[in-house]
Design a binder for this molecule. Sequence first.
Ligand SMILES: O=c1ccn([C@@H]2O[C@H](COP(=O)(O)O)[C@@H](O)[C@H]2O)c(=O)[nH]1
Length: 284
Amino acid sequence: MRFTEMLAASERAHRSMLCIGLDPDPARFPADWRGDRGRIFDFCAAVVDATHDLVCAFKPQIAYFAAERAEDQLEALIDHIHARAPGVPVILDAKRGDIGATAEQYAREAFERYRADALTLSPFLGLDSIEPYLAYADKGLFLLCRTSNAGGSDLQAQTLGSGARLYEHIAATAEQAWNRNGQLGLVVGATFPAELARVRELAPTLPLLVPGIGAQGGDAAATVRAGWRGDASGTRAPIVVSSSRAVLYASAEADFAVGARRVAEATRAELAAAAAPSPHAGLA
Ligand SMILES: O=c1ccn([C@@H]2O[C@H](COP(=O)(O)O)[C@@H](O)[C@H]2O)c(=O)[nH]1
């Protein structure tokens, strides 16, 4: 199944726009596991097991695994998600961007080694740096467009010769010229709802991956109002609203998975309420 179909089916089945980010930090694990990098899989798998019926996707952030020499645990975790929640796509957040020959290796890493369903990419090196990933026709690719951090404005808000801002140019290019096979989506921060609305205008058909609610303070309801465009099925041009730390560390105790489920339920309901009137409303 193609990524976009898988994502739409997952949003529909779980009536959810929520994606849980898997950013495991051993320093924040419960007391018995604190500081133990060998528990990264156990921690994340417990959160997955407790929440997979509430989400449209999971988004592991590769840096948290690589920094702990835990790539083997990332592989095992993605296998675990596929086995435990086969309809829920895994978006690997790696923000890759390099020349074509190197991009071929990154694409193999993401889709063959880790078996991710989608990947985040930087569009900064241009179309030929994206092409090796486009060769994996059933995979999704989210291009950084308007990131959630304040410094994202340094370049992304610059005005080009055409009069468009850089992030607007990325959005329009991803919607049209580069989206050869319907694989592209965009990363847009929840911390900038006005820009999110503008991106949605320019890219009406693309899935948007929206980090920045929760720990970064983005407004979940404003995010939905800016980016959600439901149709009769409720899943055309979905938004994938991602929260990591606020869910993972809702409880610092041994009941962390229960805490994660509680926050995931509340966040899913908040997103659904903001989508009213839509098939999500009132169903969470
Ligand atoms: O613009 C961006 C792009 C990616 N991220 C990633 O999302 C999560 C956010 O974590 P929280 O704990 O929910 O703040 C993290 O993995 C980032 O690398 C982003 O925040 N902004």
